[in-house]
Structures are given as C-alpha cells and as structure tokens.
Design a protein around this ligand. Structure first.
Ligand code: FAD
Length: 461
C-alpha cells in the first residue's frame, strides 16, 4: 500500500498556478460529481479537481503529483461501467474535458488528430462533412481518451474493430512529466515496440493520453438493418455462428434474449418479445446489399427464425439502433429502485453457444433476474443483473465469478470492452498468469511511485 500525500492548500495553489485558478475546484458538488462512474461500485471523492487545457499542463500536473506522491486519476466523462475512473485514493482528479478539439482532419488519409476530451459522437457529427466516421461506438457519448484508455468497443466492432484497431499515434504525458509521442500516421508500422497499444487499455495507469491520431472509415453508401426473431435462444445463437461463418461482412450482429428484447419493444420497435438478432450490413452497391440481406435471411429462416424483417429506411433503422443503444438506460428506467451489475465476458465465436448456455443455467440455478444483451458477432455478452440489497448482490457476484471463470476456461476474457477497473481486478491473475507480473513490471517502470489511477487493474497497488 502506497502512502500518498494529502492535497493541502499549498498544493491546490501550485495546481492553480499551472492551470489557472478557474480550472481548479475543491467544491463539494464537483467532488461528488467526480466520485462515481455509471457502475454500482461505491463512490470515492477526489480531494481536488483539475481541468487541464493543454498537454503541457497535463505534464506539469503529473510532474508535481509525482514529486509530492499525490494520486492522479484521469477523467473523460465518467461513463465507465467498472469503476475505472473512480479516484479510490482521493488526490487529484484530472479532467480532460477542456481538451476537446479536433486538431486536424487528414481527409485524404482517412485520419483525424484530436484532443482526448473530445466526445466521439460530437467528433463523428463534425466528420460527417467529410463523409467519414470513427467506428467504435459505445452507447454513451464517451471521450476519445476514455475510449482508448478502456479500449472501448461497441455495436460495429464486428466489422470495424475496437478502439485499439482504430488508432495510429498518441501523445502521452508520463508520470514524471515527460511528454512522448508513440506510433506514426503510417498505416503500416514496424518500428520497434508498439507503445501506442501499451497505453490503449491501460485505463490511465501508465500515462495520460493528451492527443490521438485515429483511423476513420468512409460512411457507407448503403446500409440495411435486419431483425430476426427465434423461438429459442439456442436457434438464435446457432444463427450468430452461421452468419459469422457465411462470409457476409456484417457491420453489427447483436443478440437479445426475450427479457432484454422488451427494452426494444418499450422504445417502440415493432417486434414480439423473443430471442432476437439485430444485424446490419454496409455496402458500396445496392446489388451487394441485396445479396448480403438474402444470405442472412436464408441462414436465419433455415435455422427456424419465426420472423425476419429487413429495414432500408434510414430513419426507421436509426430508431432500432437507438433503442438498442439505450437498452441499459431502458432497464434502469424499468427498475428505478434497483442497482445494476453489468458483465461483459467475451469468448471465441465457436464457444459462444457454450457460454450462453452456461449463463442460462446459472440464471436458472441462481434464481436471479438477468437480461442478456450481447455484441454476439464478437463473442461478447453483457449479462445485466438488477439487485437491491446485500443478499441479492451476493448472489449476483457469485454468478459473475462463475461466468468469468467459465469464459476464461473457454479461451476468452473477463472483459471484452469495459476494462478491468475495480470489478475485474480479482480475475487478472487467472486470466494472465505470469503475464500479470510483466504488467506489474511495466507499471513499476513507467509509474514507480504508483500515482496513476491507483487501485485499478492491480488491486494491491
Ligand atoms: C449506457 C452505457 C452504454 C455503454 N456501452 C458500452 C459499449 O457498448 N461498449 C463499451 O466499450 N463501453 C460501453 N460503455 C462504457 C463506457 O462508455 C466506456 O468504457 C467509455 O470508454 C468510457 O469513456 P469516458 O470518456 O466516460 O471515460 P471515463 O469513464 O471518464 O474514464 C475511463 C478510464 O479511462 C481513463 N482515462 C480517461 N481519459 C484518459 C486519458 N486522456 N488518458 C488516460 N486515461 C484516461 C480513466 O482514468 C478511466 O480509467 C457504456 C456506458 C454506458 C453508461
């Protein structure tokens, strides 16, 4: 356990000298706002909030904190689901909110260079003028820094990849105040260790991302959304594996079990509650679009789909995807007095039927309420479990543990996209074995005083 220095008034003054007094706060409401993310994990307040305005300010704040042994937790918009940005040891909460600019659009190279506090939906709105978009799409309007730090993914990852697959270069402030650049704007890069990917997924424990150059994709000319309803979960999951294996390059392949499909119904999507697949294809020509839809329809109907609808009208399709994106918020509205535990294990696609069957057995045996929504095309499943007291939380946690162990046994991971944060830390030794020791060594090299987001990934730090 590291002994950190409390943030005394003189330190607040020194921070104000770096970022300006208007960009430092110890106000009660600000401390509360930055004490929790969107997960059920217990809140913990920072001692001071600092809003940095540029990379040099970030570096100067880190240098000061490193010299005085003060913890620093970077903050995007706090939309994490695993406690990732909760300042467990107090100290400085370093918000990147003011660093929210697009620095340069390299339209001819399908790239953009941005500051880390830019919310990705705002960025994509701006980029649409160039006919381009950044594909990773977690539902919340997360920042680029938070997405890279968590290696966030989403509905379109099955075609376009996760955040890690869509980043070329970074500027990073290290714990000792150095500013470094990693990667380059070349798509092909073989020049030494891949430091860019070291910082991606490191959840603010190795450095603070102060700039990122991202890969973009052209907005597709033609897009078709498909909804297939199945009599049983088994049939729906069989269809997931078959569609993936068909050669159709689906841009989204989402699964919802019957309870979860109610979230679509309650948002006005015209379906009967059933085990449901939501799918999308992106095409350059109407002929290839028709061929893809026909192939997917054939697979789903061949596996017993009770209904199959293809939507080409963009407004109707957007309404369906909006309902899917809002599935979590809809559940929160449906059960206003409850809290929610969200899992995000992922397995190789061939093991998807086995993990889903295992989850269903666990739900039956545990007698808990659960909603299954998954980025099925990536082998990822979110098991969302409402709870309201210590007893129900204990059942949920036991199920969570069993499902994670099963996913790891199947060659998968405890977390496909939400990151380790607080909740997944106990499973890192199981998942990585001696690899976790190497992660500790890297942490020790880059952050010897353990000031960066302490208490995450490695629970004992
Ligand atoms: C309704 C809802 C749906 C969601 N759906 C998905 C989904 O489909 N897929 C998915 O992947 N996630 C999903 N999430 C989770 C969340 O949106 C993502 O994890 C997102 O990446 C968090 O971004 P943020 O800007 O909120 O970062 P924060 O939560 O503020 O921070 C995330 C982590 O990154 C660190 N950090 C922040 N900025 C930086 C920086 N500049 N440099 C270094 N470290 C930094 C923080 O310390 C923290 O560890 C969902 C969340 C909600 C509420």
């Amino acid at each position: 356990m590291v002994d950190f220095t409390p943030v005394a008034t003189n330190i607040v003054d020194e921070l104000a000298a770096i970022v300006g007094s208007a960009n430092v706060s110890t106000g009660e409401s600000e401390l509360d706002l930055h004490s929790h993310d969107q997960s059920f994990h217990a809140p913990h307040r920072p001692e001071v909030i600092v809003w940095a305005n540029d990379a040099q300010q970030v570096a100067d704040v880190l240098k000061l904190a490193n010299e005085r042994r003060i913890p620093v937790t970077p903050w995007g918009v706090g939309s994490s689901l695993e406690g990732n940005p909760i300042p467990l040891h107090g100290g400085i909460l370093l918000s990147l909110r003011n660093m929210n600019k697009i620095l340069k659009v390299h339209a001819d190279d399908f790239q953009v260079t941005v500051q880390p506090g830019l919310p990705y939906k705002d960025m994509n709105k701006d980029l649409s003028r160039h006919g381009l978009f950044f594909p990773p799409d977690p539902g919340a309007n997360a920042t680029i820094g938070g997405m890279l730090a968590n290696n966030a993914a989403g509905i379109r990852t099955v075609k376009y990849g996760a955040s890690k697959d869509n980043v070329l270069a970074l500027q990073v402030a290290l714990a000792d105040g150095r500013l470094i650049r990693t990667g380059s704007r070349s798509i092909k890069q073989s020049a030494g260790y891949n430091l860019t990917q070291l910082f991606v997924g490191s959840e603010g424990t190795l450095g603070v991302i102060t700039e990122a150059t991202l890969k973009l994709s052209p907005i597709p000319e033609f897009s078709s959304t498909m909804i297939a309803a199945f009599p049983t979960v088994e049939q729906a999951i069989e269809a997931v594996v078959s569609v993936k294996g068909s050669g159709v390059d689906v841009a989204a392949l989402e699964f919802l079990d019957t309870p979860a499909s109610q979230t679509l119904v309650s948002r006005g999507v015209d379906i009967e509650p059933n085990p449901t697949l939501l799918m999308e294809v992106h095409n350059a020509h109407p002929e290839s679009q028709e061929a893809d839809v026909a192939t997917v329809r054939e697979i789903c109907e061949g596996l017993g789909a009770a209904s199959f609808v293809a939507i080409v009208d963009n407004t109707k399709a957007q309404a369906v995807w909006q309902a899917r994106h809002k599935a979590y918020e809809t559940l929160v509205q449906m059960f206003p007095t409850m809290k929610f535990h969200v899992m995000d294990v992922a397995v190789p696609i061939s093991a998807y039927p086995e993990i889903i069957a295992f989850v269903q057995q666990q739900i039956m045996a545990g007698g808990v309420m659960a909603f299954l929504v998954g980025h099925a095309g990536d082998g990822n499943i979110h098991v969302t479990m409402p709870w309201q007291d210590e007893k129900s939380l204990a059942s949920v946690k036991a199920m969570n543990s069993d499902i994670i162990h099963k996913a790891i046994e199947l060659g998968g991971t405890a977390t496909g996209e939400h990151g380790v944060g607080i909740g997944k830390a106990p499973y890192m030794a199981d998942e990585h074995g001696a690899g976790l020791d190497v992660m500790r060594e890297l942490k020790q090299t880059l952050d010897p005083h353990g000031i960066l987001n302490p208490g995450k990934i490695f629970p004992t730090l």
